[in-house]
Design a binder for this molecule. Structure first.
Ligand code: NAG
Ligand code: NAG
Ligand code: NAG
Ligand code: NAG
Length: 345
């Protein structure tokens, strides 16, 4: 009781500060920027003064010169299939992004950083319905802005939905951003590798081409391929696991709520877990490497108490049906404040 009342006071202050900073930087500022950004439509600009545009890696004109993405095309849903290999330390992946076109356009601009785009194609809603194959798209890359442009052969029509498919690959990143590799030592002294994501604030673009700005919210359906000695975790509970030819397993996760790209998370590792259920029914799991195992039960107990505390404090329910934590209790405290605030702003 003593512990939690101290925490309640200091945490209220902290939450208030975080709230203000976050609200200003993420909610008010981008809207100001977006409102002032578009004086004439991007296509008109391109036709009027092609010299004002940067040059893509292949020498062609890159059709967009702003750091912020155009808002002509917005994402609705991402289907991601990620296949990392913890032996070769790289991953291959494919994604389908369902987009809504708000104004007719000849290109789609996405963020992408250090990804090798293999090919991209586009289907209209009708193509999807009649299972027609997609049209191949030309992909231009402008690394200085971490952007790629998908050029379509025929103008996309306003108010229609399209499905953009992209196949790509990359090395698992060094460092602690994007989809990166990390190692830990077992008690027996063996070094093991895991693959982890950290997308905040703008590193989702290192893991998959996306509209990597907080205002472009969408739902995410994630599938991860792995070996049977590993587990895969993501934001949402697993729906099913299918066995592929050759013995690999593919985990399918439930579709997320509508959210920003930087909240997407996944991990492939060989950790083990303890789980419990908070009074609201949210399942909380603590995953840990074997050397941290002795601390997991304490972490679980504290996490369950904290979740109850936050739910009462904000008078809302944690919006996702599960909560997984990898590190220690202090991480949990801060991250949970953030998660609540973000998902409801
Ligand atoms: C699209 O590209 C793939 C290879 O990337 C090729 O097999 C296919 O024939 C192309 N389709 C069209 C319509 O050009
Ligand atoms: C890329 O090319 C391969 C081989 O032609 C094809 O099977 C795949 O569907 C293509 N992917 C996309 C996103 O167009
Ligand atoms: C990773 O590559 C190794 C061979 O280099 C292979 O044996 C293993 O099945 C691959 N794992 C996955 C998840 O693809
Ligand atoms: C996407 O999320 C919204 C709100 O979070 C939800 O209403 C909608 O059904 C979701 N869409 C899919 C396809 O799951």
């Amino acid at each position: 009781v003593f512990y939690s009342s101290i925490m309640a006071n200091s945490c209220r202050k902290l939450i208030f500060n975080i709230y203000i900073v976050f609200y200003c930087s993420a909610v008010i500022m981008p809207q100001i920027c977006i409102c002032s950004q578009f004086t004439s439509s991007p296509i008109d600009q391109f036709n009027k003064d092609p010299k004002a545009f940067p040059v893509a890696t292949n020498g062609e004109m890159f059709p967009w010169h702003e750091l912020r993405l155009p808002t002509v095309v917005i994402p609705l849903h991402y289907d991601l299939l990620i296949h990392p290999n913890l032996t070769s330390l790289d991953f291959v992946a494919s994604e389908k992004i369902e987009v809504l076109v708000r104004d007719a356009t000849q290109f789609i601009i996405l963020h992408s950083k250090d990804l090798e785009i293999l090919n991209a194609s586009l289907q209209s809603e009708e193509d999807v319905r009649y299972k027609k194959p997609g049209e191949n798209l030309t992909v231009l890359s402008y690394p200085a802005h971490q952007q790629i442009a998908l050029l379509v052969p025929e103008k996309l029509r306003a108010h229609l939905r399209y499905s953009v498919a992209i196949d790509f690959q990359a090395k698992l990143a060094d460092g602690f951003e994007g989809f990166y590799k990390s190692t830990y030592r077992t008690l027996g002294g063996e070094t093991r590798t895991i693959a982890v994501t950290d997308f905040e604030p703008t590193e989702a673009r290192m893991a998959f081409p996306c509209f990597d700005e907080p205002l472009f919210k969408a739902n995410f359906s994630i599938k991860i391929r792995r070996e049977s000695r590993h587990i895969a975790l993501s934001n949402m509970p697993k729906v099913k696991t299918i066995e592929l030819e050759g013995g690999l397993l593919e985990d399918h996760f439930e579709t997320t709520v509508r959210m920003s790209t930087y909240l997407v998370a996944y991990i492939v590792c060989d950790f083990t877990s303890v789980s419990g259920t908070a009074s609201s029914g949210v399942k909380v799991s603590i995953y840990a490497s074997p050397d941290k195992w002795s601390q997991t039960h304490y972490a679980l107990e504290a996490s369950l108490k904290l979740l109850d505390f936050y739910e009462n404090y904000f008078d809302i329910h944690y919006p996702l049906p599960k909560l997984g934590r990898f590190k220690f209790i202090i991480v949990f405290i801060f991250r949970t404040c953030f998660d609540f605030i973000r998902l409801y702003m």
